[in-house]
Design a protein around this ligand. Structure first.
Ligand code: HSE
Length: 433
């Protein structure tokens, strides 16, 4: 095979090393599929000790990303360093040097989508990003191509392995949040600093990518309403599971309704019967409703080196084939219309059912007071339970509501939480039908 497509990998962590492994292990199969070879011309990392782990000849290793960006023989730059600032600079410079780009970096895409894709369009090169959502789950190409004939009415995803693992352990093994997080870190898939996972940012970055493809223009990260799981209490997980058959998941939800889009990330209860409720531990799932295709669910490992490397390598192979057949960059990979302004619905206008846990003193009139305030704000009660007082001064009151507007619920809870009979901030969790 004479012709070779040259790639330069920038970032030699677990994902980079697994990409090298896959390209070596499946070299002859991949070559047959493309019609030419793939040559790893450069592997770059600022930490030279990480480069050694690649076992590639010394002349392919560098700590200087400019060597990769400026090498005219490199066809594809594979950005695997994460973060947003240096990665943006590397991607932009690579595109300016007429290189195609593969990235697994949802944070940089969600922040610089406009800049990256308008430059790629101008330079007639492509940016592929299959591993940015769901690691090895091929959801990007499916949404971008396989479902292109559909109007996407909703996407509901469990998009973060770390938080799904923590919630699974709390639900199934009664672990506390801290114990479950420690176990996730010990098992090797939670980041050393899991802040972006726990606070919902990683999930929101991924939702931004999915929604931007589905709706043809950038849905910025900042427009996505976001709550994480740091304040989730075992009491609520256990009570809702045992009494109502609900399972708590950190959900990314985007819905299109009358040309308005709502985009949210928050922990929410779903029925134990829902397919997403069975997605456990570090697994991810994406549930898409297209107007013609109907319900579609993608499921698989959403984190970890080999799974992410599967997505990255598939991008490299697809791009290499396009380069070999001279079609790469001839057409934009994602539909991109800067003039289309997405009309985002504020969270206050969205509606769902709610689970509320009040911590109150046990005395006459408390429940009437709470239900009166809910009623005044247009919130209708579907079920109500109060636990018996034992020795403690406070008692929990659990209320499930019918569908209500988020703005109304928040107004009601502000008033309720200011009552002297309320001993701590009311827990409010959404219930997804
Ligand atoms: N930290 C992410 C997760 C994987 O736990 O799902 C990388 O996106």
């Amino acid at each position: 095979m004479d012709k070779k497509i040259n790639i330069g990998i920038v970032g030699c962590g677990t994902v980079g090393l697994n990409v090298i492994k896959i390209l070596q292990k499946h070299r002859s199969d991949i070559n047959k599929k493309i019609g030419c070879g793939i040559n790893i011309k450069w592997v770059c990392d600022k930490d030279s000790s990480r480069l050694k782990a690649s076992n590639l000849p010394k002349e392919k290793l560098t700590t200087d990303s400019n060597k990769v960006i400026q090498d005219p023989e490199v066809n594809i730059l594979v950005e695997l360093i994460g973060g947003t600032d240096i990665s943006r600079k590397i991607i932009i410079e690579a595109l300016n040097n007429n290189k195609h780009v593969v990235t697994a970096n949802k944070a940089v895409l969600s922040k610089y989508w406009d800049e990256i894709f308008s430059l790629a369009l101008r330079k007639r090169v492509s940016v592929y990003f299959e591993a940015s959502v769901g690691a090895g789950i091929p959801v990007i190409q499916s949404l971008n191509e396989g479902l292109v004939a559909n109007k996407i009415q909703s996407i509901i995803g469990i998009l973060n392995g770390t938080t799904n693992f923590i919630l699974s352990k709390m639900t199934d093994d009664n672990m506390s949040f801290d114990e479950a997080l420690k176990l996730a870190q010990k098992s090797g898939f939670a980041e050393a600093d899991p802040t972006l996972d726990i606070n919902g940012s990683d999930t929101a970055h991924k939702l931004s990518v999915l929604a931007s493809i589905a709706y043809g223009n950038h849905l910025p990260f900042e427009k996505i309403y976001r709550e994480g799981i740091a304040n989730i209490n075992l009491i609520d997980i256990k009570y809702a599971k045992n009494e109502f058959g609900y399972i708590l998941k950190l959900l990314a939800i985007v819905k299109s309704d009358n040309n308005k889009i709502s985009a949210t990330v928050y922990p929410a209860f779903i029925s134990a019967e829902h397919p997403l409720a069975t997605v456990e531990n570090e697994y991810n799932a994406i549930y898409i409703f297209g107007d013609s295709a109907g319900d579609i669910m993608f499921y698989g490992k959403g984190a970890g080196g080999p799974a992410a490397a599967s997505g990255v390598t598939s991008d490299i192979v697809c791009l290499a084939r396009n380069i070999f057949y001279r079609t790469a960059g001839k057409f934009p990979y994602v539909s991109y219309d800067k003039t289309l302004k997405l009309n985002i619905k504020p969270i206050e206008e969205t509606e769902c059912k709610y689970y509320l846990r009040f911590t109150t003193v046990d005395k006459p009139g408390v429940l009437a007071n709470i239900s009166g305030i809910l009623g005044k704000n247009g919130v209708s009660i579907a079920a109500c339970f109060q636990e018996q007082r034992h020795k403690k001064q406070s008692v929990p009151i659990f209320i499930l509501t019918h569908k209500a507007k988020e703005g109304n619920i928040k107004k009601a809870l502000k008033t309720i939480d200011s009552l002297s009979v309320i001993n701590s901030k009311t827990v409010m969790l959404r219930i997804l039908e």
